[in-house]
Write a protein that binds this ligand. Structure first.
Ligand SMILES: Nc1ncnc2c1ncn2[C@@H]1O[C@H](COP(=O)(O)OP(=O)(O)O)[C@@H](O)[C@H]1O
Ligand SMILES: [Mg+2]
Length: 237
């Protein structure tokens, strides 16, 4: 009999404090292989802290954290090395003999092949973020962590990025944990939305809408998610 597939993320009773300040206070979280989960919550509620822990960048924690597969993380700022050409930013640390070919293939996926030999400082914000995505994908992650990757982009570029991420996810099917402030972004992309507050998961929404999704189709669920974030839509209108 085949053994059951391990979750991409398995967290039990995760606790994290900085000095006397508790930031994560008993988080339980499972993410299935290939599942797309969005994480919403106020600024400072511990979203980035959770992602850093899942990426193995912070191991001083209480509780159990299991992330069995390969992990890649992309941040709000693309964090490219300005003294390396685009393709070298992608192949950096891969230690593969055909680094350029691998980088070019990843650039093709984010539709940036023609920028392979460009310097990072010559890229637009959206292009730099696409390089950052290519760099994350080239490691063929089982778990892709995205920490507000579109937060600094204009609305139109954001929209294009949503399509790109959905497309990449459909083709590679990593588990994804996406941190965002944008409820529509979460509803358009995720299978499941978690709301984090005071160091705990206070609400879970299963989105369950057919894909590809359009803005109009998420309106109804938006009201309920906003309510969990403490926003009364009727009142705000
Ligand atoms: N290295 C650190 N040292 C001390 N406090 C930190 C550190 N990193 C984050 N914090 C604090 O932990 C809380 C959660 O931060 P963070 O996870 O970055 O929030 P979010 O990503 O949800 O905005 C904040 O109050 C922040 O100031
Ligand atoms: Mg953050």
């Amino acid at each position: 009999m085949a053994s059951p597939v391990k979750p991409a993320v398995s967290v039990r009773g995760l606790h994290k404090a900085f000095g006397a300040r508790t930031v994560l206070d008993g988080i339980d979280l499972e993410v299935e292989p290939g599942e797309f989960v969005a994480l919403l919550g106020r600024s400072g509620c511990g979203k980035s802290t959770l992602l850093r822990i899942l990426a193995g960048l912070d191991r001083e924690v209480g509780g159990e954290v299991e992330v069995p597969g390969t992990v890649s993380i992309a941040f709000q700022q693309p964090r490219l090395l300005p003294w390396r050409k685009v393709w070298r930013n992608i192949s950096l640390g891969l230690h593969k003999p055909d680094g350029r070919a691998v980088a070019l293939k990843a650039l093709e996926e984010v539709r940036l092949t023609d920028h392979a030999d460009a310097w990072p400082l010559t890229l637009s914000g959206g292009e730099a973020q696409r390089v950052s995505l290519a760099r994350a994908l080239v490691r063929e992650p089982d778990l892709l962590l995205l920490d507000e990757p579109f937060g600094a982009l204009d609305a139109l570029t954001r929209l294009a990025m949503h399509h790109l991420v959905e497309d990449l996810w459909t083709r590679h099917k990593p588990a994804v944990l996406l941190v965002t402030h944008d409820v529509d972004e979460a509803l358009l992309l995720a299978d499941r939305i978690l709301v984090l507050d005071e160091g705990r998961v206070v609400a879970t929404h299963h989105v369950g809408l057919p894909r590809p999704r359009r803005r109009a189709s998420v309106v109804e669920q938006r009201t309920r998610v906003l309510a969990d974030l403490g926003v009364d839509v009727e009142e705000a209108a």
